[in-house]
Design a protein around this ligand. Structure first.
Ligand SMILES: [Zn+2]
Length: 334
């Protein structure tokens, strides 16, 4: 709430009249802060009953996303994650704190030792979702007994997260007994913290425009040096993970286009060489009729390959061979 005298004072100081107020078009960001930002921002706390900081002190950290408008039109604001237990929250338009992963909704069922099927029935959530939720609780609740944590696996996973390896790649490691075993480590608090830290680090460290400029320069250098352009090579040069580029359509499309450009350039150079080889061979060929296989053996490329890769060259070879035989031996359709 703003008092009218305060408003008038500001207008007076800015040499404006109250009528000018109607011409003001506040930026979207400002409206968001006024309309949707939770008023009790300073008192935000984790509301997960199993969290050691349950309603005690603020352990929530903003995870980057300020606002999302969902397909159904709902507005989700202020995505925050508890650094203590890994719960993720957002606030809806009514300022209600919502548990994004639905752990809190499932907690009572987990406490009563619900099986996977029972959890699915009671919550109407998908099997995958329930599987992930159960894995999350496995390393957090005493009722499952002391978790026999393999420190080496955890350390290896932390390094993988730091290197931003794909989840599918990590999942295929043979240290996991099964999918549930992998998920239990994937949702371990140390791994969640690592992910949060890494996310922050990447977004703060490298502005995207700068990366794109670097990518363009690298592709140019690679073409000039005739080095293979690949997503992996380019990502390595820039110093980001392949995932960072894979998830970024503009950069991915650019690299794809440059790969195509490089491929075409190489093919043209190779074709030029082959044309020269063919000409030289036919110009110096003597003694008998010229067969197709003589030419293809000489240039050491299969005709079937060239039919697809360079049909113009195949046509040229056929034409030159027929011309040679006609001139030398008067053979029309040899
Ligand atoms: Zn918490």
């Amino acid at each position: 709430m703003i008092h009218i005298t305060h408003l008038l004072k500001i207008l007076y100081l800015r040499d404006k009249t109250p009528i000018d107020l109607f011409d003001i078009h506040p930026p979207e960001e400002f409206l968001y802060h006024v309309l949707y930002k939770p008023e009790n921002q300073l008192d935000l706390h984790c509301i997960a009953p199993w969290c050691s900081s349950y309603k005690k002190k603020s352990t929530l950290k903003r995870t980057g996303t300020k606002r999302k408008i969902k397909k159904n039109g709902e507005m989700h604001c202020d995505y925050q994650t508890c650094m203590e237990c890994g719960c993720e929250y957002y606030w809806n338009e009514k300022d209600e704190q919502i548990d994004k992963r639905q752990y809190i909704q499932c907690y009572p069922f987990i406490l009563s030792n619900a099986t996977l099927i029972e959890l699915m029935e009671k919550t109407q959530l998908s099997e995958t979702k329930c599987r992930h939720i159960m894995a999350y609780f496995k390393t957090r609740l005493d009722q499952f007994g002391v978790y026999n944590l393999n420190v080496q696996n955890l350390r290896r996973l932390k390094t993988a997260v730091y290197r931003d390896l794909r989840m599918s790649e990590i999942r295929s490691w043979n240290c996991w007994d099964n999918e549930d075993h992998f998920l239990e480590y994937w949702y371990h608090q140390d791994i969640i913290s690592e992910k949060l830290f890494f996310q922050k680090k990447v977004s703060e460290r490298i502005p995207r425009e700068k990366i794109l400029t670097q990518i363009k320069e690298i592709c140019k250098t690679y073409i000039e040096a005739n080095m293979d352009i690949s997503l992996k090579n380019v990502a390595k040069e820039v110093g980001v993970s392949t995932n960072t580029i894979s998830d970024w359509q503009v950069a991915q499309d650019y690299i794809k286009e440059m790969k195509r450009h490089q491929r075409e350039g190489r093919l043209n150079i190779r074709k030029e060489q082959l044309y020269n080889q063919v000409n030289e061979f036919i110009d110096n060929f003597t003694g008998r009729k010229l067969h197709s296989k003589d030419i293809y053996e000489h240039i050491q490329v299969k005709q079937s390959f060239l039919t697809t890769a360079a049909p113009d060259l195949v046509k040229y070879i056929t034409g030159r061979r027929k011309e040679y035989n006609r001139q030398m031996y008067d053979v029309k359709n040899f």
